[in-house]
Design a protein around this ligand. Structure first.
Ligand SMILES: Cc1cc2nc3c(=O)[nH]c(=O)nc-3n(C[C@H](O)[C@H](O)[C@H](O)COP(=O)(O)OP(=O)(O)OC[C@H]3O[C@@H](n4cnc5c(N)ncnc54)[C@H](O)[C@@H]3O)c2cc1C
Length: 379
């Protein structure tokens, strides 16, 4: 078995998905070095599968710290992508094109209106639209439609291009990313640092370690209690649209969405299945989100199929992110459980974790500390 490598890192980040890369980037912007350890392709579990929607208001049914966290991250996006683009010349196809949440039938209107009432109190720019106003905003909505909420400040990004730009920037900043390293165990060294063991027999030493291993985070053995994160599979597809005819992200009931991308594809998704670490695409899964389109936006079903795929979202027991130091081992930090919103939450997660690593206590991360599960587990 291979032994310790000899060198000691300030920070080791386990997992090179959007979350791990964003943390490394934010640390680098503050002049701090880190090393990313990645078992396979960076972002191969979830980041590459994501639809890239940046839509806080459709991701919760109440105001509170989670909505505020998502809104803060959305507000960081324009500067985040502009800096990445400037540094690398790579565009993540960020578009603040607006999002529509639609009520296809009159019976769906009351629930949508109730949502609009509490949300517009937080953000007066929201608009409650009738069917004809919504069709002007999104011409794909040619089928049955009652009303919609329009969120003008929300939008989308192309997640695979975003992580490509992040990786490009990290390479330019000389932040090492080691691929083919599967971390298995993290143990205290006995003199204030942590030892990071991997399946390949290697062992590295770091002052601080951040767990950003997405849906496989719970597989890693750590001091004290493991963080409970489990995979939720999502099936999704893309069709090719002629030109850039479609414009806005649309959320439709019960759980569907479509996202017109800047490259002329329209991404349509997605299922949610708790089937372990299996990732698969099935006709039944695709039907789940395609069937409602036959009455709402039937033309989308006639477009040529471009690609189908699936990925694994990392979900915590309360479906909220897990951000901050492990209570039983403060040198070990957790950045996981981003579930449906890891792309949206990437900038704020990078900011929060960099604050923790620099010795701060970022107030907006306090509702998401890991100890909420570890305390509950002890009762
Ligand atoms: C179908 C689908 C649609 C989605 N749509 C959206 C969306 O529209 N908007 C949005 O914001 N989010 C969306 N998401 C969610 C988003 O993709 C995730 O929340 C986000 O990618 C999580 O990022 P991550 O870096 O934590 O995980 P990942 O991208 O999974 O990265 C984790 C990395 O850790 C590595 N790793 C794991 N274990 C180890 C180990 N032991 N040692 C070393 N490396 C390890 C993995 O190989 C991987 O590269 C979607 C997800 C899916 C599946």
């Amino acid at each position: 078995m291979g032994g310790k490598t000899g060198s000691r890192d300030e920070v080791i980040i386990v997992g090179g998905g959007i979350v791990g890369c964003s943390i490394a980037w934010h640390l680098s912007c503050r002049g701090r070095k880190s090393r990313i350890l990645e078992r396979q392709e960076p972002g191969g579990l979830a980041t590459h599968a994501a639809a890239g929607i940046l839509g806080p208001m459709n991701e919760t049914d109440r105001p509170g710290p989670f909505l505020e966290l998502m809104r803060r991250s959305l507000s960081l996006y324009p500067d985040f992508v502009a800096r990445l683009e400037e540094e690398t010349g790579l565009s993540p196809d960020f578009a603040q094109s607006g999002i529509l949440a639609v009520a296809p039938r009159p019976g769906d209107r009351a629930a949508l209106r109730a949502r609009f009432d509490w949300q517009s109190a937080l953000d007066p720019s929201l608009v409650f639209c009738d069917a004809s106003e919504a069709r002007i905003l999104e011409p794909a909505l040619t089928g049955s439609l009652d009303s919609a909420i329009y969120y003008p400040d929300e939008g989308h990004v192309f997640a695979p291009r975003l992580i490509k730009a992040l990786l490009g920037s990290l390479a330019r900043r000389r932040i090492p990313l080691e691929q083919g390293v599967t971390v298995t165990r993290i143990v205290p060294s006995g003199h204030g640092t942590l030892l990071v063991h991997d399946r390949e027999g290697g062992c590295r030493e770091a002052e601080k370690v951040v767990l950003a291993a997405g849906a496989l985070l719970s597989d890693i053995e750590i001091p004290g209690t493991r963080i409970p994160v489990s995979p939720v599979s999502g099936q999704i597809l893309a069709v090719r649209s002629p030109g850039s005819f479609y414009r806005r992200v649309v959320f439709y009931p019960p759980h569907g969405y479509f996202v017109p991308k800047l490259d002329g594809t329209v991404v349509i998704g997605a299922t949610e299945e708790s089937i372990g670490t299996r990732s698969r695409v099935t006709p039944a899964g695709l039907l789940e989100f395609l069937s409602p389109l036959s009455s709402l936006a039937p033309e989308l079903l006639d477009l040529p199929l471009h690609h189908v795929w699936s990925g694994l979202r990392p979900k915590s027991p309360d479906a909220l992110p897990v951000l901050g130091p492990h209570p039983e081992c403060p040198e070990l930090l957790v950045a996981g459980g981003h579930y449906r919103n890891g792309i949206l939450l990437a900038p704020v997660t990078g900011e929060i974790m960099a604050d923790w690593i620099e010795g701060g206590t970022p107030a907006h991360s306090l509702p998401f500390l890991p100890d909420r599960f570890l305390k509950a587990g002890k009762e």
